[in-house]
Design a protein around this ligand. Structure first.
Ligand SMILES: C[S@@+](CC[C@H](N)C(=O)[O-])C[C@H]1O[C@@H](n2cnc3c(N)ncnc32)[C@H](O)[C@@H]1O
Length: 255
């Protein structure tokens, strides 16, 4: 049932501290049936060097707190290294992240971008978590401090924490201006569709979008919402899966 390429990613993206709630929610319908071709990875895999020649020798800064295991950051070290290297290579001045969690990825972005870069990162307001209607039901989120990993770091001043639901948030002030957007919030189809439309609208010319969890596993089938959304988008835009990661990639103006 699983393509071989998926099996090496059999590490749930969800941090251990979130798993109790996750498994309770998993019993509920996930909104679509995993038997369509679009629910399985189809994007062309490309090596990171093919996208960014010479990037392989760049030394991205990866703080221990972000690479400490899955409780610290849902992005595994290889993805954090790729994210950091892309930041070093492209020097984005304006970055938007949808889905902060504890801010492991936010911190890696902030550490590897120029000093004057501003990193906007959006997550749900903690006070709304228990009533928030998401792709798997309502509430059920555990306690965690949004952005705790970048807070207190030397690059905290580059980060602007935004709070709200990405499905209803007013992105107007940020449109057409972002050099890099990271989509990593609700992984169910409807939310990914909305977040992807938002990400495209946020992009500046030649801006880049990265989505995490394009590759899903038996343990987290709702991430097939990412797979399906991006397979559909790939019919009108040039999207790739970055080899050896679960990251999907798009560059505005790249076709
Ligand atoms: C996979 S985690 C993000 C991980 C983070 N990018 C990192 O690598 O450390 C997903 C986050 O998205 C947030 N989230 C889920 N649905 C959301 C929504 N509709 N709007 C904003 N944030 C959302 C969750 O609260 C959670 O913190």
């Amino acid at each position: 049932m699983f393509p071989e390429s998926c099996k090496k990613f059999l590490k749930p993206w969800i941090p251990r501290s979130l798993r109790g709630a996750y498994h309770r929610l998993r019993g509920r319908p996930i909104g679509h049936i995993l038997n369509q071709r679009d629910d399985y990875p189809q994007l062309k895999q490309v090596g990171i060097e093919e996208l960014f020649p010479g990037i392989g020798s760049l030394a991205a800064r990866l703080p221990l707190i972000a690479t400490n295991g899955e409780d610290s950051s849902p992005l595994p070290p290889r993805e954090l290294a790729v994210l950091g290297a892309i930041c070093l290579y492209c020097k984005p001045r304006r970055v938007f992240e949808i889905g902060t969690y504890q801010g492991g990825s936010t911190l890696v972005i902030a550490l590897n971008t120029p000093e004057d870069t501003v990193v906007y990162t959006l997550d749900l307001d903690a006070s709304a978590r228990q009533t928030h209607k998401h792709g798997l039901g309502t509430g059920g989120f555990p306690q965690f401090e949004v952005g705790s990993h970048y807070r207190g770091s030397p690059v905290q001043s580059k980060v602007r924490q935004l709070l709200g639901n990405s499905a209803t948030y007013n992105f107007e002030p940020f449109l057409n201006s972002m050099n890099l957007v990271l989509v990593d919030a609700d992984h169910t189809y409807e939310f990914v569709q909305k977040d992807t439309r938002t990400a495209l609208a946020l992009l500046a010319p030649l801006g880049i979008i990265l989505w995490d969890d394009y590759i899903w596993t038996e343990g987290n089938p709702e991430c097939a919402g990412v797979t399906r959304s991006l397979n559909e988008l790939a019919r009108s835009r040039k999207l790739f899966q970055i080899e050896g990661t679960r990251l999907a990639f798009y560059r505005a103006g790249g076709g």
